[in-house]
Write a protein that binds this ligand. Structure first.
Ligand code: 26V
Length: 824
């Protein structure tokens, strides 16, 4: 069979050393037992679930390492380097088991030891090294690259503390530190031999060199970056890539002179300052706050990664001028944009390349992905801070900018307005380096993440730069890995698909289209519904366990899970919930479609308005769930601590997926893809990848409402649009009045006035404009749910037609059109 044929050659060495008895179950059982005793020092009787997890992971890691090592001697023609400050990878065991084809083997091995694999997997902490979409995308891309056998290394930071843990106190979000490394990380290999020095501060010296001047940075401070590799196993174990995460350490852990002088705190202060760099993930994706520690993180991981890949290239190929032939570097947003001057510095100052050669290498190796056009999230750094922390880089940026602006002048575009618009330095509010412009100018290709977003890049933020080189911006619509978001998260649906269209669907998702013809097939529909039902029951148990709220699995599960952000408009959903609550109370005997509104997501700790929206959702939930008059018709849940592993439980249980951002503001969305693949119908705006999802699943199988991106811009130009919309909608006015009156916050009646006042006077995200259409669409959804034959046909069409959104497709496009790496 395919599985064995594909796996056998790559695992040949593993057979030799890890096969002891010839029976894989026995070998794994003994390997796990061995790790438990020898590495962890516990017996099967005293081991906690966490110990079983570590022992199992270590046994698997041995097998993964052998697969990886068997390839390590081959030098690939070209490698991809994916630089990202975030990798939201979640749990790794299910990926490893699934991709190695070892799930059932390990299940049996553990069974023989009296242990349940599911419980072991539950004991693995999520690696939450990211905030949301951008970080999860990086994780999906890493998995797809390994599965497509694209030689790739992901570079990031090994944060001690990933994204904070969210809990609730009286409906208010509370943040607690996340501690995934508290008991070590069995997946990683510390690689102290790959340690680099990262400088900060100091000054630049000049000396005569040939017919020019050599400049050298003399940093005042040095921090060590130590590599920690996490293996990334591809589908069917064909290729193992790695994620190389940098840990910050001090060169001198203790200053003995200060220690001996009695200054015990001062003696370790340098160490504290160094280690702070990899201590914690910044928990905001809402606004660039420009803190020095963030810039230190950005430079730290970018410099370590570039030093590492330059050293590898020199070892393997010698001449750095051939770097673009053998390396493609992808910058995930502007967070690693300092790579532009850093690569120039390494090539010119450290390795003696001419400016022209270095610029050619840089601009043919670097590529940049933009993930947001929201002005508040576009990174800029004060020139003063850059000069203090990275003086040599600031000189290089000035020189790059000078040449860039000179060229404008030469081609007759020297007018001040144009120069101000394309300059790498923004002079309008203090002097700041525009990291988006820097990345754009230093990259060979720049991409957006959905068709609409790429068009908006060309027409708005980057329009003047785009006019200078119209081939530079390309679109690469995002994708998701089906191994995690279908096979692992929804084994029941996967099994059904395999039965219906054959095992080939596991390798080629395009075969899912074969499900289309079963959309009206009563027996298939019954099995598809049974899969959903089973997932809804499992979610119901999780909700009961974590919130004490009882759900009816027969109700329509209406889900909005994602970061809490005003532009994502969770508030629109909450207001519609209030309006529905009022409508049910006004006509309690109507035939209402029973609904459960499920919310989940974290707000940045400093994002006051987002935290108030969470509190409103919690207060509305309390009032609605306590009201016997709506019992059986409406329930509202806010599930705490949304995470990758919770998403794996929620998404397969959803009937309706809320993707309701203000058109033009959600760059792509990827949750939208996960839900549709698992057969939830989407209620959404014409935003980001929703548009392409509609094109693929068909307009009849998605519920689109609201203004499109052009309509949003036109409406914002109308003075007083919010007040006019509220006056024209008695239903919206009544819902807002109820919220503003304190009905949901009797202990503090004015609590939600900041939200309602903002809607009445500003409404920058156009909730008022879209409300009536959203309401109408939701009622059409109620009716569609009652027509179950049609509903389930639509759901099946969604699953059948989402293959294009596989991140394998995204990665093939990047490989062909951006990186120019050949696939076998
Ligand atoms: C911005 C900032 C600002 C400074 C503080 C830390 C921080 C961290 C992240 C960001 C960037 C946020 C951009 C982002 O996550 N964009 C999302 O990217 C997804 C993958 O392309 C896409 O699906 C979402 O629509 C888009 O919002």
């Amino acid at each position: 069979m395919h599985a064995k044929a594909a796996v056998a050659p790559a695992r040949a060495p593993a057979q030799r050393s890890l096969t002891v008895s010839g029976d894989p179950v026995v070998d794994l059982r003994e390997a796990i037992r061995g790790k438990l005793g020898i590495v962890l020092g516990v017996t099967p009787e005293t081991a906690r679930p966490r110990d079983w997890f570590v022992a199992t992971a270590l046994a698997l890691r041995d097998r993964i390492a052998e697969t990886g090592l068997s390839k390590a001697t081959q030098i690939p023609h070209k490698r991809v380097y994916y630089l990202s400050l975030e990798f939201l990878i979640g749990r790794l065991m299910s990926d490893a088991l699934n991709n190695l084809g070892l799930t059932e083997t390990v299940r049996e091995a553990l069974n023989e030891l009296g242990i349940d694999l599911d419980a072991v997997q539950e004991a693995e902490p999520d690696a939450a090294l990211g905030n949301g979409g951008l970080g999860r995308l990086a994780a999906c891309f890493m998995e797809s690259m390994a599965s497509l056998s694209i030689p790739a290394i992901g570079y990031g930071i090994r944060y001690d503390h990933g994204l904070f843990r969210q809990s609730f106190k009286d409906g208010w979000q509370q943040e607690a530190p996340e501690t995934w490394l508290a008991e070590g990380n069995p997946w990683e290999f510390a690689r102290r031999e790959a340690t680099y020095k990262i400088g900060f501060g100091g000054g630049v010296t000049m000396s005569a060199s040939g017919d020019g001047i050599a400049r050298r940075w003399q940093p005042a401070e040095t921090v060590l970056a130590v590599a920690h590799d996490v293996p990334v196993v591809g589908w069917r174990g064909k290729q193992v890539n790695r994620l190389r995460l940098w840990k910050a350490e001090s060169e001198a852990p203790v200053d003995l002179a200060r220690f001996n002088g009695g200054d015990h705190v001062g003696a370790v202060s340098e160490r504290m300052r160094a280690e702070a760099i990899s201590r914690v993930l910044y928990p905001s994706d809402a606004s660039a706050e420009g803190q020095e520690l963030r810039l230190r993180q950005e430079y730290f991981f970018t410099s370590a990664s570039l030093q590492d890949l330059v050293a590898r290239h020199r070892n393997e190929r010698g001449d750095l001028r051939s770097l673009p032939d053998h390396a493609a570097i992808q910058l995930n947003d502007t967070h690693p944009a300092i790579a532009v001057p850093e690569l120039m510095r390494i090539l010119t100052d450290d390795h003696g390349l001419s400016w022209e050669d270095a610029w050619h290498v840089t601009t043919n190796t670097l590529h940049y992905t933009n993930h947001t056009l929201l002005p508040e999230a576009l990174e800029t750094w004060p020139v003063e801070l850059m000069e203090r922390l990275l003086p040599r880089h600031m000189q290089i940026i000035y020189l790059i900018n000078w040449m860039h602006l000179e060229e404008q002048g030469k081609s007759g575009k020297g007018d001040a307005a144009h120069l101000a618009s394309v300059s790498l330095i923004d002079e309008s509010h203090g002097r700041r380096v525009r990291m988006g412009h820097l990345a754009f100018h230093g990259a060979r290709r720049v991409n957006g993440v959905s068709a609409l977003h790429t068009d908006l890049m060309r027409s708005t933020v980057f329009s003047d730069l785009h006019a200078l080189d119209s081939d530079k911006i390309v679109n690469k619509t995002n994708g998701i890995t089906f191994r995690r978001w279908l096979h692992t998260a929804n084994p029941g649906l996967t099994k059904l698909a395999v039965e219906a269209v054959g095992e080939g669907v596991l390798d080629n998702p395009e075969l899912l289209t074969g499900l289309d013809k079963f959309a009206q097939d009563a027996s298939f529909v019954a099995r598809y519904r049974a899969v959903r039902r089973e997932r809804k029951e499992a979610l119901t148990a999780i909700v009961a366990d974590r919130t004490g709220i009882d759900l009816d699995p027969d109700a329509l599960f209406d889900v909005q899970v994602k970061r809490i952000h005003e532009y994502k408009r969770q508030l629109l959903n909450v207001i519609e919930t209030v309006a529905l609550y009022q409508a049910i109370k006004a006509e309690p005997h109507r035939n209402w479609t029973p609904r459960v509104k499920i919310f989940g997501g974290k707000a940045a700790p400093s994002y006051v308005q987002a935290k108030l929206i969470i509190k409103l959702a919690a207060d509305v939930a309390r009032a609605v769930n306590d009201d016997p008059e709506v019992a059986g018709r409406l329930k509202v849940v806010f599930l705490p601590n949304y995470s990758v592993s919770l998403a794996e439980a929620i998404i397969p249980a959803a009937d309706l997926s809320e993707q309701i951002s203000t058109a033009g503001l959600e760059a792509s969305g990827t949750g939208n893809m996960k839900f549709a693949l698992n057969g939830a119908l989407t209620v959404g705006t014409l935003d980001g990848a929703n548009i392409e999802i509609r094109d693929h699943v068909g307009a009849d199988n998605i519920f689109i409402f609201g203004l499109d991106a052009a309509g949003v811009i036109a409406r914002k130009a109308v003075p007083g649009y919010a007040r006019a919309a509220i006056e024209a909608s008695p239903r919206l006015a009544a819902a807002l009045d109820m919220i503003a009156s304190g009905r949901f916050s009797p202990e503090e009646p004015g609590r939600f006035r900041p939200l309602t006042d903002d809607l009445r006077h500003r409404d920058p995200y156009l909730l008022t404009a879209d409300f009536d259409d959203y309401w109408r669409t939701q009622r059409a959804i109620d009716a569609a749910w009652r027509d179950s034959t049609t509903w389930w046909a639509k759901a099946i069409h969604n699953t059948a037609r989402m293959a294009w959104f596989s991140s394998d497709r995204s990665m093939r496009e990047y490989a062909d059109e951006i990186w120019r790496v050949r696939l076998d």
